[in-house]
Write a protein of this length. Structure first.
Length: 438
């Protein structure tokens, strides 16, 4: 996932309140396929370094699908800054695509709108069965106890990418395993005139992903066990403050990163401006920007102490992209065939190789092509030390409200305004007050 507009709060609330009878896809005026069973419209999320790169990756595969089935797929790659709002508008207006990508953390929220096709045993049977997919990916497909709202397409995990030459020049022999080590290494890196670590301070989704992990490391969560917002607990406040303090107090995130929201931190790392990067499955993105795989190493994201694992040693959210079908598509048969194609063993190898992600399909994930050192770190993280964001109906509002609060705190840090426990708690309280009343 990438960024979400702040306006999504209102849009999500509206979509949950409206009757699901308005939901649907396949309208001819909306670019769908009601006029032809031989046409599908597909909204793909922007996975590569640019929309044009995504088109180059996807179009040959869509042409392959058309050759196999006779069904033409009209592709639109939607930026992350627009995707959630576009989807929510489609569910309320009925003007939507047949098939679409969604960030896996949105699954329960979009499920609650009633606009997506439920993947019950019968529908999973049409694409080869639910047991083809790994459990960690299935855990982010909708609310527990309900049929999934989407099918896993790409799996990702966060890792720490580090520039080998910058580390060597600073006399650092191994990547930091804890946050204290990262801050200490940062001083050595800065002494050599380099920036330490990049962040996307204005990207609300990136903010959520990181503060969620910090919260886990402090034994906290942003929701209670019964799904109620709990943004101001001591652990949640400590987590947000520690993340923002990487800029405000520790000075290892450059102040200019407070305005980053569109992969600028990846570009800085690829160009050798920063020594480290926290990112989801970044190898393909870095390669597209001219950085050799030999120039960087990949390590697990730091923890508070010890080594990554479960509980307070969690060091990544379960990142990924799901593929969904609008329930009222006029070409459900063709849409289901397309999902089957995109999640087939062969296509999973092609697509996940292109995006340096991990196939959520077991057979594809086991392929030798995904046994590189980089993938070993990502697969191990997903298997042993990653946690799914809460699969609750209010999750997307949470991302926008708390992600925006963190964005505002980064802006304070960049402007030299104090980031205190009290100011963090006040921002999180305001975010909690924006959540729908229970």
């Amino acid at each position: 996932m990438r960024s979400i507009r702040a306006a999504a709060v209102g849009a999500v609330t509206m979509s949950l309140a409206l009757a699901v009878s308005a939901c649907g896809g396949g309208s001819s005026t909306g670019g769908g396929s009601s006029d032809s069973p031989k046409t599908l419209t597909y909204w793909a999320s922007n996975q590569g370094a640019s929309i044009e790169i995504d088109k180059k990756v996807l179009q040959p595969e869509l042409d392959k699908f058309e050759k196999q089935t006779g069904i033409k797929v009209k592709l639109e790659v939607v930026p992350w800054s627009d995707l959630l709002n576009r989807i929510l508008t489609a569910t309320t207006s009925g003007q939507g695509p047949d098939v679409l990508n969604i960030g896996n953390t949105w699954s329960a929220s979009l499920q609650a709108t009633g606009g997506l096709l439920p993947w019950d045993a019968k529908n999973f049977g049409k694409i080869g069965g639910k047991d083809r997919f790994v459990d960690s990916a299935l855990g982010s497909t909708g609310a527990q106890g309900q049929d999934p709202a989407a099918v896993p397409l790409y799996s990702m995990a966060y890792a720490l990418y580090y520039n080998k030459q910058i580390f060597a020049d600073a006399g650092i022999t191994k990547p930091p395993a804890t946050w204290d080590e990262l801050v200490a290494d940062g001083k050595k890196i800065q002494a050599k005139g380099k920036q330490v670590i990049g962040a996307e301070g204005a990207n609300v989704s990136e903010n959520i992903h990181h503060v969620f992990v910090f919260a886990k490391q402090h034994g906290a969560d942003f929701f209670t066990a019964d799904g109620k917002p709990d943004f101001t607990s001591d652990g949640a406040v400590t987590a947000v403050k520690q993340y923002v303090d990487l800029m405000a107090k520790d000075k290892v995130i450059p102040q200019g990163n407070a305005e980053y929201a569109q992969n600028q931190s990846v570009s800085d790392f690829a160009k050798g401006r920063t020594a480290m990067l926290l990112w989801q499955s970044a190898s393909a993105n870095l390669k597209s920007q001219g950085m050799s795989e030999d120039a960087y190493g990949i390590a697990p994201v730091p923890v508070q102490s010890g080594t990554p694992g479960t509980g307070t040693q969690v060091n990544s959210m379960v990142a990924g992209i799901n593929i969904a079908v609008f329930k009222n598509s006029h070409n459900l048969d063709g849409a289901t065939k397309f999902v089957k194609f995109m999640t087939s063993d062969e296509e999973q190898k092609v697509l996940n190789t292109a995006y340096s992600s991990i196939p959520p399909v077991k057979a594809a994930q086991a392929d030798a092509a995904f046994n590189s050192p980089a993938n070993a770190v990502l697969k191990d993280t997903l298997a042993t030390s990653a946690a799914a964001l809460p699969q609750v109906a209010d999750e997307s509002q949470f991302e926008t409200a708390v992600g925006t609060a963190v964005k505002d705190l980064f802006a304070d840090a960049a402007a030299g305004r104090a980031v205190t426990t009290a100011s963090v708690k006040a921002k999180l309280l305001k975010a909690q007050q924006q959540m729908p009343a229970k």
